[in-house]
Design a protein around this ligand. Structure first.
Ligand code: BDP
Length: 689
């Protein structure tokens, strides 16, 4: 009997889960109840807020809600208060954010009563699009750019406007208030009149949603676009050129946000080409932007081929400049000292610069984490970074607190995420990659949020069919059979990827350029050493790992005490970054009592088991998902599984050549030969059809 009942319930659910292409993200159509809204302001932003309430109200039918601009010392920036009478804020954007929060709470079953006060952790919450003027996207895995294209490059169609509006709405719903529209490897074209006009059109659509536009500028624009003889930031002609250019930009886009700059990094031009410092370059632009209220986000992602340890260089170059930047400059620092790896320790610049605002840069697009093929929920990785203790002002000086102004007064606080958005119908390639866009916004608004809550919200908003599951019984079944296991899968997914790709602190052992599959062996003779995996893993007959201790590159000393000493000692260094900081013998005795080699094998194997478990979770969830999304995710999980095995086999068989130790008998045997993996090391092989 029970069985029959269950199957009836499930078939009912199946009938109601209609095809879904994922385009609506976490903002799905609702069967709204009527609501009375009062507001004395009539503006585009407030009208959006009112419409959102009308379209999605799930509170008491015919409730009265007022939207009010107030003065309240409890509020900061675009923060808001939700109370029994409605939403209050200092700004219109604040009201919009409050409305989205209220609706989110209704839709996800969170408390809506009492007084809810929420202020953003960072003033600037920005997506960085690595989109090129020709429409391609560097490290983009979800189609071409939504902003730029090659054909009819400057025609703004109704379709464009619709898409930009949907994009802006999604951003506003999670509190994102800025977008850098082009690649950090910037083309000088972007500052030309045609592109500025297109930027103006984009800005017009984004504005009512509180999203400002920014551009990445190329430091050599004065020469490349202006025909000048130099780009020297202290040259009066160069300064004049930038002043005029910035004046022109503001005449077209009066609320333009400012510039993001990648300079003297990976071949990009910069002030050092003229023996000037990063501060000279940043300040020149900051001075030109200052009268208009614009900011400069200057990236600290710098390293040279000659440095013995790439991980140290950003700190070495930027620390001497602490305090030398204008107050509208923010130094943008990747979460780890090398480059968006599946796991890195936090960048030591977070706990060190005391007189310069520093902003975290996360990578939402999964360059090193399986592109749009692997299901990896990145929130746990960002949470780990934000909650890492830098000890800058003693215990509890987390990266979050060192960057959000809570430990020292900061005029500007900011956070950036490299977007994973493209023209794909579901925006992000993988339906679950939408959760990473969502999570970035939520953490940028509140850097204390837990990934578990973020995942819970996202699953409910993205998959819960409010219109079909009405009885409490069905809701319970949905929670037990879908919400909880899928949430567990998401929360474990990043650690699984670390396990089958780069466990125990290994890093940058991906195959060349593409950064997708395994490639610890990849080292062509003429290639820059720091662009090849052996530079990072240093496997040899004596052991594995990069010695960054005091006896090695001494990168540990860039961290504050007591962390530096903890990391310096292999017995106190956390296992998950052990090989980041130490080169250890293959038979090194780990905290578990096992050898390093055995632990390495166990971790790779565990990653495989985890992905297998994800497949089972997803297959069991079939009844609760529309066919379209179910099958797409199922296919991707199969490819992920297949590729995870290649990772495990490739890395273990490669490292085994040095360890000369057996893979413990209780673990699965490799199913691929190393020479086959190396021979077939092409992107095509790994990509699913
Ligand atoms: C690296 C990417 C490269 C980016 C660079 C950056 O491989 O495409 O241009 O980061 O952040 O991870 O500037």
């Amino acid at each position: 009997m029970k069985k029959i009942l269950l199957s009836i319930t499930i078939s009912l659910l199946v009938i109601h889960t209609k095809a879904d292409d994922g385009h609506k993200l976490w903002l799905r159509d609702k069967k709204a109840l009527p609501v009375n809204i009062t507001c004395s302001i009539n503006s585009p932003t407030i009208n959006i807020a009112i419409n959102e309430l009308k379209q999605a109200w799930l509170g008491k039918a015919n409730a009265s809600i007022s939207l009010r601009i107030v003065k309240n010392p409890a509020l900061k920036n675009d923060g808001f208060i939700i109370n029994s009478s409605g939403v209050e804020a200092l700004t219109e954007a604040g009201i919009l954010y409050g409305v989205y929060e209220l609706l989110r709470r209704q839709q996800t079953g969170q408390i809506t009563t009492g007084i809810i006060i929420s202020n953003p952790s960072y003033n600037y919450r920005i997506l960085n699009h690595w989109d090129n003027p020709d429409g391609s996207i560097e490290r983009g895995y979800a189609g071409q750019s939504i902003f730029w294209r090659k054909e009819n490059a400057f025609t703004v169609t109704d379709n464009d406007k619709k898409l930009w509006q949907e994009y802006a709405r999604a951003n506003a719903s999670v509190g994102i208030n800025g977008a850098v529209l082009n690649n950090v490897n910037a083309s000088p074209l972007i500052l030309n009149e045609d592109y500025l006009n297109r930027t103006k059109a984009i800005a017009a659509i984004l504005r009512p949603y509180g999203v400002k536009v920014y551009l990445s500028a190329k430091f050599s624009s004065p020469m490349q676009s202006g025909g000048l003889k130099s780009n020297d930031p202290l040259d009066p002609e160069v300064i004049k050129w930038w002043n005029n250019k910035i004046k022109e930009i503001y005449s077209v886009i009066p609320d333009f946000g400012g510039f993001l700059i990648k300079a003297n990094s990976e071949g990009q031009p910069g002030p050092q080409d003229y023996n000037r410092t990063h501060a000279d370059g940043a300040n020149m632009l900051a001075d030109a932007l200052q009268p208009y209220g614009g900011i400069v986000m200057w990236r600290a992602f710098v390293y040279s081929p000659n440095d013995k340890d790439r991980a140290k260089q950003a700190y070495n170059e930027f620390m001497p400049l602490d305090g030398k930047f204008r107050d509208n400059v923010i130094i943008q620092v990747k979460n780890g000292p090398v480059d968006f790896q599946p796991r890195e320790p936090f960048s030591p610049l977070f706990g060190s610069m005391k007189k310069t605002p520093v902003m975290p840069e996360f990578q939402i697009t999964q360059e090193y984490l399986g592109h749009s093929i692997h299901l990896v929920f990145l929130s746990t990785m960002w949470e780990e970074c934000l909650q890492s203790d830098t000890y800058e002002y003693g215990k509890g000086s987390t990266v979050a607190k060192c960057t959000d102004g809570s430990l020292r007064p900061q005029k500007n606080t900011a956070i950036a995420g490299v977007a994973n958005i493209g023209l794909d119908t579901n925006w992000c390639g993988h339906d679950f990659a939408q959760a990473n866009w969502y999570a970035f916004g939520r953490l940028a608004w509140n850097n204390k949020l837990k990934s578990e809550q973020i995942a819970d919200e996202w699953i409910k908003l993205t998959f819960y069919e409010t219109q079909s599951i009405t009885s409490s019984n069905n809701k319970l079944a949905w929670e037990q059979n879908f919400l909880n296991p899928v949430k567990q899968m998401m929360l474990e997914s990043r650690e699984a990827a670390v396990n089958y790709m780069t466990p125990l602190g290994l890093h940058h052992i991906m195959s060349a350029n593409e950064h997708y599959g395994p490639g610890p062996w990849w080292a062509p003779a003429r290639m820059r050493a720091d662009w090849t995996p052996p530079y990072y893993h240093k496997a040899d007959s004596t052991g594995l790992g990069f010695n960054r201790t005091k006896s090695g590159s001494d990168a540990v000393s860039q961290y504050n005490e007591p962390l530096a000493s903890q990391l310096n000692n292999p017995n106190t260094c956390p296992d998950n970054v052990l090989l980041w900081f130490h080169h250890l013998p293959w038979n090194f005795k780990m905290k578990s009592g096992k050898t390093l080699w055995d632990e390495l094998c166990i971790h790779y194997d565990k990653g495989i088991q985890q992905v297998r478990a994800f497949q089972k979770i997803w297959d069991k969830a079939e009844a609760y998902v529309d066919k379209e999304r179910f099958e797409k995710v199922q296919r991707k999980l199969r490819s992920q599984m297949n590729n995870a095995v290649l990772w495990k086999d490739g890395c273990l068989l490669y490292f085994q050549q040095f360890s000369k130790m057996p893979i413990p008998a209780y673990l699965e045997r490799p199913v691929n030969n190393l020479d086959d993996i190396i021979k077939n090391d092409t992107p095509q092989r790994r990509r699913p059809a």
